[in-house]
Design a binder for this molecule. Structure first.
Ligand code: DX5
Ligand code: ZN
Length: 214
């Protein structure tokens, strides 16, 4: 099943509550929350407070992508704020340890690699993860161009999942996804599509979400 996860990074933070309500009404499946700390990536976006504030405004799962240098020091805050999925970067933590920590709060666990990181770094996590994410742009900014080499990484990860009996595993892809390239992303084996610009820069969000579903 294809799920669409619009990233609120591309939205106006001054009405975040209205935004998540609108996303739900427009058929989104998850709300993708891009958390940036100014260290792992240069920009700073928002933290657990935002998650706590939007939590009561929607019943959609909140998919928290932590682009932070020390994710282990923030898991508790995001879990208590109401995150449904927490994604941590394999570049900055021990995934086994972090997954245990996330699981301890009853939150779904996910891991991600940057474009320049080998997809094999996610293989050990595939056994226990609820989702795995591949960055298809360099993290830090919305509105970048999709890196085509990601398609091979998606295929490799999907094959690996099938080989270990995890064909149920959600594979999410994040960055530069448009109505044009989404078909290739899905054909390669991804089923969770993050989209910032493609949703929030469109005149009709419901239509944009429907088209991204392929
Ligand atoms: C980049 C973020 C992405 C990004 C997606 O650091 O993780 O979620 O906002 O935005 P678009 O779809 O505009 O590339
Ligand atoms: Zn993201």
């Amino acid at each position: 099943m294809i799920k669409i996860a619009p990233s609120i990074l591309a939205s106006d933070f001054s009405h975040a509550g209205e935004t998540v309500k609108a996303l739900e009404a427009c058929g989104a499946d998850l709300v993708h929350c891009d958390v940036m700390d100014g260290n792992f990536v240069p920009p700073i976006t928002f933290g657990a407070q935002m998650v706590r504030d939007i939590r009561p405004k929607t019943s959609l799962p909140l998919d928290c992508h932590l682009m932070v240098l020390h994710p282990e020091t923030h898991i508790e805050d995001f879990a208590k704020a109401g995150a449904d999925v927490i994604t941590v970067h394999a570049e900055v933590c021990d995934l086994v340890r972090l997954f245990r920590q996330i699981e301890g709060y009853g939150v779904k666990k996910s891991a991600v690699v940057n474009p320049e990181t080998d997809v094999e770094k996610l293989f050990p996590a595939a056994e226990t993860a609820d989702m795995l994410l591949l960055m298809s742009v360099h993290p830090g900014w919305g509105g970048q161009k999709f890196i085509p080499e990601t398609l091979k990484k998606i295929e490799k990860l999907r094959n690996r999942c099938e080989k270990i009996g995890r064909s149920d595993l959600d594979i999410e892809v994040d960055g530069g996804i448009t109505e044009e390239n989404v078909k290739d992303v899905i054909a390669a084996g991804a089923n969770v599509i993050v989209a910032g610009s493609a949703v929030f820069r469109s005149a009709d969000m419901a239509q944009a979400i429907a088209r991204l579903r392929g």
